[in-house]
Structures are given as structure tokens and as C-alpha cells.
Design a binder for this molecule. Structure first.
Ligand SMILES: Cc1cc2nc3c(=O)[nH]c(=O)nc-3n(C[C@H](O)[C@H](O)[C@H](O)COP(=O)(O)OP(=O)(O)OC[C@H]3O[C@@H](n4cnc5c(N)ncnc54)[C@H](O)[C@@H]3O)c2cc1C
Length: 566
């Protein structure tokens, strides 16, 4: 049978192989050639931190199918019908002649290939801080299989005692855990005032506090000024405030930049974000060329702007669309992203979808309402684990704009639910009686997600006057003295307390102790308990007794990001 067309794919990790396989599935007679610079194909880069951290020891699991077949060129040819060439770098795209030049990195052989359709999936490169000393031995990133091999050897050799991770984002935080599991003393250094910038500050602070309990040091609000070394080897880093941290290993994880040089040299349009510009078909400014994955900029469906969203799920989804369109001359579209992400750090999880409060405000959303709620993910008798969720919604329409969830509980399920709600454009009222699966091994009768919606509804309807931990802290620091009531039981109070001038009035004694509340019925009263569920009920009772300004500390003690007295 004669060939219908030749589809060439540049890049062989996530987006590239997905595009190549999809194109071949849809056009059996197409010749699909994939050119990959790295020696490996289809690497599960999201798995690198877990390989380095010793969650599994067999490197082949990173490049194998679930049945254990290594995804090498033979596998691609036999199983997918794709001619995959490894250690082959594409050096130029010649759009006029619809051709590309390549070089074999092992043999040095150079060659040319003509294409009918081309898919660029060249990924991204880690950024390095512009400071002296970056060429010292002992400084690495965790981006490639070679990086993963290097760090895994360090784990196995057990020669290194102290390391720093530069950057407190998703990869930095996962690398922190991986190295800590290798018995390395680890410090995470972050230039911004918080870890994980997809979270709002108070949520990130809860994660930071937890990370510190796992024998990892965290320094925020301070960047690296210099890598220090001796005889070509790293011996420490100097921070911008002059602090010196001795270390033998530094892993840089301050973000990635899209690999667009080939595209730029070929004259393809590059967006303002620095990623290759594509339309909904994943088509570049040249109709014969598609692009997908970390190298492109992606439409944000909430803000209507282009963003860089270097995430593995998007790379695969976009690759699939690019492959289908290259084979079928444009039959499907990619709608965009709502920027959903998640990571694990020790026994904690942190995820988000849509806009954080900070992001929403920076984009000019003014009339928004936020809530923080805390609860276990399932009943205590089934070993329920804590979840803390922050929701951001538009006050007028009630439309959900974003959600963040952290804690040892099932954050992934929560964020998945919020992501679907966001994609559907649901409002608080749409979700209030959401029929989710329930049995004690999986959730509470009213799932944490639905409970968070109930809190939001109570707030929008004025039934609950919530106050955030930040606002309480600001009041106390500003010399205000609201009347603060802890409504938990005495045993709970003995075990753990905030120590912010609170009075203990257990909720089951409240109805007999109104005399202990302020005589001035206009004085601000702030109630809290562990999660603020009992506090909400107490606040309703106090309000019904005539006090006018009764507020509930959102998320209670579980969402208090500052130091506690006990
Ligand atoms: C440590 C780590 C953890 C991560 N964890 C997560 C996670 O938990 N969840 C998540 O969603 N995302 C995660 N990501 C991000 C995710 O891995 C990336 O978004 C995804 O790999 C992007 O796929 P891609 O195919 O676009 O690019 P890449 O994976 O970067 O692959 C691009 C490939 O193109 C090749 N190439 C480049 N230029 C050329 C050329 N000129 N010629 C030939 N080949 C070329 C490169 O060698 C490379 O193999 C993680 C990333 C890392 C590094």
C-alpha cells in the first residue's frame, strides 16, 4: 500500500510519542518518524523523584509499559508502527522545502528528511539562576533521565550529607522529599515568601510548617547569590542576605523555559509568554506544523490569556490532539487549561485548580468571596485524614473560580471534583446538593467537597461571617482586641491551643455562660474550634442572643498557619 503522507515528530518524551502513536493509529498508511535527542523514549519524568527517593529501584519502570516492555525503538516499530530514532537531534527546520536536518549524536552522521506534516514536541529546559559558580560539580537539575540516574547514584552511594534544593515549587518540593529519604540533610531555598506559589500564602504556610516537622529545613524570601566551591566542586551556597549554607549537592528547580529555538529559527510565531504560539488545533503559524507540550503556550480557559503550563497531563492531551490533526487535517481541538496540579510531600498532598485568591486579585477580580474549611476525608473510625480547602468564587454569580486543597487526606479526589466543577462553569448553587459516591471507607456522608460548598453558601447568604487567619493576625498585630472564644472541650484545650488571648467556653456549656461574653453587644467576637464546625454553631447561638458582630475563624485551628502556644 502506498504511503499517504510522512509525519515527522521532534521530541520523544511525553507529547511527541503520544502524537506519533495517535497519528499512526488514525492513518495506517502514514509514515510516522519520531526523532528524539535523548537516548531513551517515553520517559515518565514525573516518576523521577520517586525513583531517586527509593519508592522503586528498577529504572526500567520509568521507560516501560505497565506490562514491562521497554518502550525502545523496536517497541515503537513493532507495537505502534512508528519509526523512532533515538540520540537524534533535529538541528533545523526548513519550512520552504518542508524538510528538517538532523544529526545522530553517537555516530555524528547528519541527514535531511522531508515531511508533509511536522509536530514539534521539544519540551522545556530548566532555568538556572544568573549567579556565579553554576559550573561547579555537584550542581544539577532533575529534568532528564541522566539527572535522575545521577541523583539515584548519590542516594545509593550514601556519600553526601548535606544538600540544598533551590526552588520551592512542585519539582523542588518532590526532590526535597526524595533526598531526605536518602538520609541527606536538606534545605529548600525559595526566593518568594512562600513555597508552592499555586497556593495562597496561608495554605502554603501550612505545608511549610508540615515540611519542617519532617527534618527538612525551609528558607523562604531569600534567593541564592552564589554557588561556592573548592577545586571545582560545590562546597556551599551563599544566600542574598549573606547566609552561607554548606552543602555538597545543589538541585536547581526554579522552573523551566520552553525549548523554542528550532521554531524561532524556522520563523514560527512565538507568543509573549515565550512558548510556541498554537491555535486550538495545536497548529503553529505554519499550517503544516503542529506543536504540543511544554514548548507551547496554552490558552487559560478562566482568564482568557495565554500561559505556560508545563504539566505532563497537558503534554499528553495536547500531543494526542496534534497527532490526530496531523493525520486528519484538523478534526479535533484542544480547549485550553484551567491549570490543575498536585504534588506529594512526605505524607502531605497539595493541589489546586483554577485561580488562587492572590492570582484572582492580581487579575483584577474584586468582588470575590473566599472560604477555608477543614475536615477529615472520611470518618474517624475509618482512619479519616485531614483536608484543608480554600475556595475562591465570584460573589455575584456564585461561579467557582478556583480551589486549593492540602493535607494528608485524599487531596487528589477533591481537586479532581473542583476541576470538573470549574470546567463545567458551575456555581455554588449548582453544587450544593451534589450527589457524590458515599460509603465510610471513601468519604463522609457529606463529602469534604460538598461541605466546603455549604460553607461558601452560608457565607454568601450571610449566615456565617467568616474571618481568615490572616485577618485575625492583622487585628492582633494592629492592637485590636476582639473577644476570641475557643469553643472546644477542656481536654482539647489542654492538649493544643492557639494562645492568642482566647477564652475557653466549650460549645456545650455556651447556653449557660452568656454572662462571660462582652457586655457590649457590638464588640467583635471571633469563635473557633478544631475545624470551626462547632464554632459556626456557637456563633449562630451567640448571634441569636443579640451580639451583632460574631465571626468564625475559617478552617479553625487546622488552618491556623502561625505558631501556636501549644
Ligand atoms: C521531576 C519532574 C517531575 C514532574 N512531575 C509532574 C507531575 O507530577 N505532574 C505533571 O503534570 N507534570 C509533571 N512534570 C512535568 C512533565 O514531566 C512535563 O510537563 C512533560 O514531560 C512535558 O512533556 P513534553 O513531551 O512536552 O516535553 P519533555 O518531557 O521535556 O520532552 C521533550 C523531549 O524532546 C527532546 N528534544 C528537545 N529538542 C530536540 C531536538 N532538537 N531534536 C530531537 N529531540 C529533541 C528532548 O530530548 C526531550 O526528551 C514533571 C517534570 C519533572 C522534570
Amino acid at each position: 500500500m502506498s504511503r499517504t503522507k510522512r509525519i515527522c515528530v521532534i521530541g520523544g518524551s511525553a507529547a511527541g510519542p503520544k502524537a506519533a502513536a495517535k497519528a499512526k493509529r488514525l492513518d495506517y498508511n502514514a509514515e510516522v518518524i519520531l526523532l528524539q535527542k535523548d537516548p531513551d523514549l517515553s520517559m515518565a519524568s514525573c516518576g523521577y523523584p520517586y525513583y531517586v527517593g527509593g519508592y522503586f529501584d528498577d529504572r526500567n519502570l520509568l521507560i516501560g509499559t505497565t506490562q514491562g516492555t521497554i518502550r525502545d525503538p523496536r517497541y515503537f516499530l513493532n507495537s505502534k508502527g512508528v519509526d523512532a530514532r533515538t540520540s537524534t537531534e533535529v538541528t533545523a527546520i526548513n519550512r520552504e522545502h518542508k524538510g528538517l536536518s538532523f544529526r545522530n549524536l553517537i555516530t555524528g552522521e547528519q541527514g535531511e528528511l522531508a515531511y508533509d506534516k511536522l509536530i514539534i514536541a521539544t519540551g522545556a529546559t530548566p532555568r538556572m539562576p544568573p549567579v556565579p559558580g553554576t559550573d561547579l560539580t555537584g550542581i544539577t537539575t532533575l529534568q532528564s533521565m541522566q539527572d535522575a540516574d545521577y541523583l539515584r547514584r548519590i542516594r545509593d552511594d550514601r556519600n553526601i550529607r548535606e544538600a540544598v534544593v533551590i526552588g520551592g515549587g512542585l519539582i523542588g518540593i518532590e526532590t526535597c522529599e526524595a533526598l531526605q529519604r536518602a538520609d541527606i540533610d536538606i534545605t529548600v531555598v525559595e526566593l518568594l515568601p512562600q513555597l508552592l506559589t499555586f497556593l495562597d500564602w496561608e495554605m502554603a504556610k501550612l505545608v511549610e510548617t508540615y515540611v519542617k516537622t519532617q527534618s527538612a529545613n525551609v528558607i523562604t524570601g531569600n534567593g541564592i547569590a552564589e554557588f561556592m566551591g573548592s577545586e571545582g566542586r560545590l562546597t556551599g551556597i551563599k544566600l542574598q542576605n549573606g547566609t552561607e549554607l554548606p552543602c555538597e549537592l545543589a538541585v536547581v528547580a526554579i522552573g523551566v523555559q520552553p525549548n523554542v529555538e528550532l521554531a524561532r529559527q524556522a520563523g514560527l510565531a512565538i507568543g509573549e509568554t515565550g512558548g510556541i504560539r498554537v491555535d486550538a488545533f495545536m497548529q503553529t503559524s505554519d499550517p503544516h506544523i503542529y506543536a504540543a507540550g511544554d514548548c507551547v503556550e496554552t490558552y487559560n480557559m478562566i482568564t482568557g490569556t495565554q500561559v505556560l503550563a508545563p504539566l505532563g497531563d497537558l503534554a499528553n492531551l495536547q500531543g494526542r490532539v496534534a497527532g490526530e490533526n496531523a493525520a486528519t487535517d484538523n478534526s479535533v481541538t484542544f480547549p485550553g487549561t484551567i491549570q490543575t496540579g498536585i504534588c506529594k510531600i512526605f505524607e502531605y498532598n497539595a493541589g489546586s485548580t483554577g485561580l488562587s485568591e492572590a492570582k484572582a486579585r492580581s487579575l483584577g477580580y474584586e468582588d470575590i468571596v473566599t472560604t477555608i474549611s477543614a475536615s477529615p476525608d472520611k470518618p474517624g473510625f475509618m482512619g479519616g485524614l485531614l483536608l484543608v480547602t480554600k475556595v475562591v468564587a465570584d460573589r455575584q454569580s456564585g461561579k467557582i473560580l478556583g480551589a486549593q486543597c492540602i493535607g494528608p487526606g485524599d487531596v487528589s479526589k477533591q481537586i479532581a471534583q473542583w476541576a470538573m466543577a470549574l470546567r463545567a462553569g458551575h456555581t455554588v448553587e449548582d453544587l450544593i446538593n451534589c450527589d457524590l459516591p458515599y460509603a465510610p471507607p471513601f468519604s463522609l456522608a457529606i463529602d469534604h467537597f460538598v461541605a466546603a460548598i455549604h460553607v461558601m453558601q452560608n457565607k454568601i447568604k450571610g449566615r456565617m461571617d467568616g474571618i481568615s487567619s490572616l485577618e485575625v493576625k492583622a487585628k492582633l498585630s494592629g492592637g485590636e482586641s476582639p473577644f476570641i472564644v475557643d469553643v472546644r472541650g477542656p481536654d482539647e484545650y489542654k492538649e493544643m491551643r492557639l494562645g492568642i488571648g482566647e477564652v475557653l467556653i466549650p460549645s456545650d456549656t455556651l447556653r449557660y455562660r452568656f454572662g462571660e461574653l462582652p457586655g457590649d453587644k457590638n464588640r467583635e467576637i471571633i469563635c473557633y474550634c478544631v475545624t470551626s464546625l462547632r464554632a459556626y454553631e456557637a456563633a449562630l447561638v451567640i448571634r441569636a442572643e443579640g451580639w451583632k458582630n460574631v465571626r468564625v475563624l475559617e478552617g479553625g485551628i487546622m488552618a491556623w498557619p502561625y505558631d501556636r502556644e501549644k
